[in-house]
Design a protein around this ligand. Structure first.
Ligand SMILES: [Cu+2]
Length: 138
C-alpha cells in the first residue's frame, strides 16, 4: 500500500485550520459629536446592539433644557441626507433611544450621521453632528 505523499498530508493539514474572519462584526461603537454653529455642544453617541435593536445613548455638553430634535441621517455631517431613523430629542444634554430594525454593523456599512437640531422651531440650525464610522485606530 502506498503511503500518502508529504505534499498531500500538508494540504490536508491546511484544510483543517479554522478560518478566522479578519475583522469580527462590531457590536458597539462610540462616536464623537462635534459642536456646530458655535453651540459648544460637543459630546458622544454610544451605539450598541441589543435584542430590541441598536441602543443609542447621547451625551452633549452645555445643551439647554429645551428639547433638541435629533436623528440618524443618511450621508455625512458635511453632506447630510434625509432622516433615516428618528432619535429621542436631547433634553439637558442627554438622550436614549432604541432604534429597531438595524444593527451597529449595518449602520457602519453605509454613510450615516447623527445630527442634532437647535430646537423644534429652529430645525435648520444644527448644533452638533457626528459621522457613524468605526474608530480609525485600535
Ligand atoms: Cu435631523
Amino acid at each position: 500500500m502506498k503511503l500518502p505523499s508529504p505534499l498531500l498530508a500538508s494540504v490536508a493539514l491546511i484544510a483543517f485550520v479554522p478560518i478566522v474572519p479578519a475583522t469580527a462584526a462590531m457590536t458597539s461603537v462610540t462616536i464623537p459629536l462635534q459642536a456646530q454653529n458655535g453651540s459648544g455642544e460637543d459630546g458622544t453617541a454610544k451605539l450598541s446592539d441589543t435584542s430590541g435593536g441598536v441602543s443609542v445613548v447621547v451625551t452633549l455638553k452645555g445643551a439647554p433644557a429645551t428639547a433638541q430634535p435629533m436623528h440618524i441621517h443618511d450621508g455625512t455631517c458635511t453632506n447630510l441626507g434625509g432622516v433615516a431613523y428618528p432619535l429621542t430629542s436631547v433634553v439637558n444634554g442627554s438622550s436614549t433611544t432604541t432604534v429597531k430594525g438595524t444593527t451597529v454593523a449595518a449602520l457602519l456599512a453605509k454613510p450615516f450621521a447623527i445630527n442634532v437640531h437647535k430646537s423644534a422651531s429652529d430645525l435648520a440650525t444644527y448644533v452638533s453632528c457626528g459621522n457613524i464610522v468605526a474608530p480609525t485606530s485600535t
